[in-house]
Design a protein around this ligand. Sequence first.
Ligand code: CP
Ligand code: NVA
Length: 309
Amino acid sequence: MPTVRGRDFLSICDLDPDELRHVLDLAGELKARSRAGDRTAPLRGKVLALVFEKPSLRTHTTFEVGMLQLGGHTVYLGPQDIQMGTRESPPDVARNLERWVDGIAARTFAHSTLEALAEHARIPVLNALSDWEHPCQALAALLTVRERLGRIEGIRLAWIGDGNNTLRSLVLGGTRLGMSITMATPKEYRLDSETLVRARAAAAASGGAVEVTDDPAAAVREADVIYTDVWTSMGQEATADARRRVFQRYQVNAALLARAPSHAVVTHCLPAHRGEEITGEVLDGPRSAALDEAENRLHTQKALLAEVL
Ligand code: CP
Ligand code: NVA
């Protein structure tokens, strides 16, 4: 495998299928080693800057804990610290940070901010979520699917809800590894056509498939995995009322689950809005893998950090 060291990870497509499989394998190994008490520290002395324009529980914590467990350190820089775009431009932030730290994990509103950081920093920049992609979430989702169902290739995943950043990374990553993904979204909230073209090309090469529908029941009929996310992502709050009306039919609840095969598992990237995109009964129920996926954020990001930094 060509080395990924020093590489940016702005999109799930920044890892080719072999590299993706390698990161997932390493994540599985690191998870097992960590549970066995292994404390080797491959990133001793390395520092990762966390540049966050938006709030976070899972991403912030797992990057901090992951670096600590690998022997490195983090510097957290929230919106008030940097005031990126007003106090200092993204290129200037990048040109300064690269003098002190070994990598940047950034959570931004605009994906272009992340691209500007990557363009002007000679150190790796990792996407900790932008308005366009959430590739770290896709890594954790793929590992969770493999753990729960034994494989990724040939797995049928139904996405219910918004055609958002989380879905874009999941569909681009999943189809590269042979998944078949059916997306049930309202027509006006579908993924952009360029992403669909790329996903269909990846599926054609891997033996997967991509389907688009506006019917949640049809989407889950043959699903092994049912995935949902909030109806209103961070930065879209002004459109929350309109979204709540359009998305009413796109709730993962017991009635929808009854239309799916009995082995199907449900997951969510979290945070969840119980009673909106998913009911508490389903999210907290026996078929939910959401907290396994949250745990796997740690293991997959450790694998990514160990390979890239
Ligand atoms: N899933 C996820 O990225 O959660 P946070 O927003 O809490 O980081
Ligand atoms: N789509 C959501 C994911 C949060 C982890 C958002 O961008 O707010």
